[in-house]
Design a protein around this ligand. Structure first.
Ligand SMILES: [Zn+2]
Length: 160
């Protein structure tokens, strides 16, 4: 089963990358440790944190709540660490979740997005997905491709 995550505020930037790879990564602003732990337990999420105090909690040391202590300040180093430690798959479900809301994206027919995307995009792209929560439309444009390339580079480095 694919792990689900809850990302602590001190490693919040990991959430977007995990979502990009299709991993459910919950991120809540201004959450305290107690809430973080409670949600992790309730929703069986792996806690990603830089907070050593969380790692020392009995619920974590006993193995009841899975948590990973993330090291370093660089988001990409952090992501490499998480991918390795959790043996994540970066390919299969890329761009299936909204990067902002963590919601599964829904396929949209081209005609449905005609008035929602720039004319140039409409002319050149045929596949679209929409977030049911924020209604952002995603397509395989340059931004998508750039993120995909970054992810590929990252994963090559992780394998070294
Ligand atoms: Zn969204």
């Amino acid at each position: 089963m694919r792990p689900k995550f809850i990302v602590d505020t001190n490693v919040g930037r990991l959430a977007r990358w995990l979502r990009m790879m299709g991993y459910d990564a919950l991120f809540i602003n201004e959450i305290d440790d107690r809430q973080l732990v409670a949600i992790g337990l309730k929703e069986k999420r792996v806690v990603l944190t830089r907070d050593t105090q969380i790692m020392q909690r009995r619920v974590v040391t006993s193995g009841k709540l899975k948590a990973l202590l993330v090291r370093g300040d660089d988001t990409k180093d952090q992501l490499r660490q998480v991918v390795k430690a959790m043996n994540l798959d970066c390919e299969q479900r890329q761009f299936t979740l909204c990067l902002e809301c963590n919601q599964p994206l829904v396929r949209r027919r081209k005609e449905e997005v005609k008035d929602l995307v720039p004319p140039y995009v409409f002319q050149t792209q045929s596949r679209y997905v929409e977030c049911p929560s924020c209604h952002r439309i995603y397509w395989r444009g340059t931004h998508w491709q750039r993120m995909k390339r970054e992810l590929e580079t990252l994963m090559e480095e992780a394998e070294e």
